[in-house]
Every structure is written in C-alpha cells, then in structure tokens.
Ligand binder design. Structure first.
Ligand SMILES: Cc1cc2nc3c(=O)[nH]c(=O)nc-3n(C[C@H](O)[C@H](O)[C@H](O)COP(=O)(O)O)c2cc1C
Length: 180
C-alpha cells in the first residue's frame, strides 16, 4: 500500500491539523507496517499558483494517482482552504484523468482510493454553515472525481486553551473510531 501524506498548515509546531494527519498515518502504518509513505508538505515546499504551463508537469497528479490512501491536513484560514492546498487540488482535478464529461454529466475517474481529511477550525461550524468552505468544498471536489472522503475534525481551536485541548481530543477520538 502507498500512503500519500499531505499537510498544508502554515503554523508549524502549533499546527492542529498536523497532529491529526500524523495520528491517521500512524494508525495506517500500524495496520500495514510495509506501507510506503510519500510525504508532501505544501507549506515548506509550496506549489505555485496554477498556470496553463503548469499543466505540462503531471508529477503531482501522478503521485496522487499512484497512492492507495491519501491523508490530507486541511486547516481553515479565512473560512476556506489554505491556498497551498488549493494549488495542489488545481493539479488533481484534471479532465480526462480524474473526471470526464459524458452525455449523462460529469463522471469521476479516481474512485477506489481512500481519502482521509483532517479539518481544523478556529470556531464551530454546523453542517451547512454559510461560512464553512473547507469540508463542504472538499466533499464536493472529491465527490466530483469519484471519491467519498472520510473526515476527522478539531474545532474551536481559537476559542481558548480548554476548547483547543477539547478540539484536539475530539479529533484524535475520531481518528481512533476511523481506525477501529
Ligand atoms: C491566518 C489564519 C486565519 C484563520 N481564519 C479562520 C477562520 O476564518 N475561521 C475559523 O474558524 N478559524 C480560523 N483560523 C483558526 C484556524 O482554523 C485554527 O487555528 C486551526 O487550528 C488551523 O489549523 P492548523 O492548526 O493546522 O494550522 C485562522 C487561523 C489563521 C492562522
């Protein structure tokens, strides 16, 4: 099995999403100690904004297609994804590779992959909250390419130290449940 481990948090040692993605990868590795781990840190090695020329380089897409399981850290910054993660997604949603348009509408071509996404947010967001553009967006774009991602969450991180601890504990408990 090949696991692609992606982080996009800019907050380094203080990152909550990195705690959760690390925990998910540890659990996966415990199940399959032979698994190959491919690491992509979008904060320390950012991809450039998408340009037409960038489509010529398929290395990021090839890395995604070669992975069996993809673990993604998705912090909320200004109610949306880190732009680093958006730049990665811009290389993954490629017509003819991960989706295609048919007479019956769009069809996802990347099914069969497991995608686990660790969302960390400063506040609390009900399902469908109007300013929530992280989980909603990621569920939509991965669904578009044929994947139903699994989510773990750490919320209330910016509310105060107690809420931060509780949010991380909740996220780690969700990781445990996912692994069970
Ligand atoms: C630049 C920046 C912008 C943020 N914007 C929001 C926001 O719009 N809404 C929110 O709920 N939390 C916001 N937060 C809080 C983060 O979502 C929270 O700290 C989360 O843990 C970030 O993930 P990380 O710890 O992995 O970096 C923001 C944090 C930073 C650093």
């Amino acid at each position: 099995m090949t696991i692609l481990h992606i982080d996009s948090s800019i907050t380094g040692e203080n990152s909550v999403s990195r705690v959760l993605t690390g925990s998910v990868v540890d659990k996966l590795r415990a199940v399959d100690p032979q698994a190959a781990i491919v690491r992509r840190d979008l904060a320390s090695e950012p991809l450039e904004h998408l340009t037409l020329d960038a489509f010529a380089d398929t290395s990021v897409l090839d890395e995604f297609l070669a992975a069996d399981t993809v673990v993604i850290g998705a912090p909320m910054y200004n109610f949306a994804l880190a732009s680093q993660l958006k730049s990665w997604l811009d290389r993954i949603l490629v017509a003819g590779k991960t989706f295609r348009y048919t007479a019956n509408g769009p069809e996802g071509l990347a099914g069969g992959k497991r995608v686990v996404i660790a969302v960390s947010r400063g506040g609390f967001y009900e399902d469908g909250a109007p300013m929530e553009h992280v989980e909603t967006y990621l569920r939509g774009v991965f669904g578009f390419i044929g994947i139903a991602p699994e989510f773990v969450h750490a919320d209330g991180i910016a509310v105060g130290p107690e809420q931060r601890d509780a949010g991380i504990a909740n996220g780690l408990a969700e990781v445990e449940r996912l692994a069970a």
